[in-house]
Design a binder for this molecule. Structure first.
Ligand SMILES: NC(=O)C1=CN([C@@H]2O[C@H](COP(=O)(O)OP(=O)(O)OC[C@H]3O[C@@H](n4cnc5c(N)ncnc54)[C@H](O)[C@@H]3O)[C@@H](O)[C@H]2O)[C@H](O)CC1
Ligand SMILES: [K+]
Length: 234
């Protein structure tokens, strides 16, 4: 499958919503459910800890937590902000996860998190899921994100990244400082061009492409020269 830039994948979102009238919440549900089913097959006995950022990558994490619970897993969430600080589709899914009784612990952004306390929190799981940052982020990591990624990398749990390993630039494959070292990456719509950079392998692990339910016609249009979609020329 053709690798896409982060901007091209974000345009898929926009086109699906604008031209096909697909609600964003449907795209997020498809992304999260698809990823959860693969995670369940990879790690059937996972006691999962989902790390959720403040954007839609975190939103995917809230959806995945719910579907893993439905599949019988013990799941909890470590979030960088409170539910009421979220917005849009991510907030909708955080409210649902909270109502579903999934534990959501907020790691205060400003708190001076001792590495040991984070390591202890992450030590109670055998499957860490990175829903911190996706296509909306640019390295280097700011604030608590770097501490969370370092603590996750020190864990002997299976590490699964959502869309893009946090800290890796999805377009260039560049890592400044630290990035989540995933055993598996559940990437949405298409592989990201940055995954092809040779240094990216140690961060993306095995790549699984997860569809988000957009019509084949839209995806087929992507194979046209980029200017057919009003996308910037390569
Ligand atoms: N079509 C699709 O592929 C779909 C993708 N989905 C998911 O949505 C994310 C993209 O979500 P977005 O809200 O645009 O951005 P992020 O969640 O990646 O993060 C934005 C958030 O993070 C802050 N931030 C940015 N850079 C940094 C940094 N270096 N350090 C700390 N914080 C940073 C920024 O301020 C924002 O608050 C995509 O990856 C998919 O996972 C949809 O769910 C389904 C369709
Ligand atoms: K991520």
């Amino acid at each position: 499958m053709q690798a896409l830039t982060c901007e091209q994948v974000r345009r898929v979102d926009e086109i699906a919503i604008r031209d096909y009238q697909m609600p964003g919440i449907v795209l997020m549900e498809n992304a999260g459910r698809g990823a959860a089913e693969i995670i369940h097959s990879l790690c059937p006995d996972a006691t999962a800890l989902v790390l959720c950022g403040r954007g839609n990558n975190g939103g995917d994490g809230y959806v995945i937590a719910r579907h893993l619970q439905i599949l019988g897993h013990e799941v909890s969430i470590l979030a960088v902000c409170a539910v009421d600080e979220l917005s849009g589709d991510a907030k909708v899914n955080a409210v649902i996860a909270d109502a579903a009784g999934i534990e959501i612990e907020v790691i205060e952004e400003k708190a001076n998190q001792e590495g040991t306390s984070l390591a202890m929190k992450l030590g109670k799981t055998n499957c860490i899921i990175d829903g911190l940052l996706g296509t909306g982020a640019k390295p280097p990591l700011r604030g608590i994100y770097a501490a969370l990624v370092s603590a996750a990398n020190e864990s002997d749990a299976m590490r699964i990244a959502l869309d893009i390993p946090t800290g890796l630039d999805g377009d260039t494959g560049e890592v400044i400082g630290e990035a989540f070292r995933a055993d598996h990456t559940m990437t949405f719509v298409a592989p990201k061009v940055g995954f092809q950079q040779k240094n990216a392998d140690e961060f993306v692990g095995v790549v699984h492409v997860v569809g988000i339910g957009v019509p084949t016609k839209l995806i087929r249009e992507l194979d046209l020269p980029n200017n057919e979609l009003g996308l910037p020329k390569n």
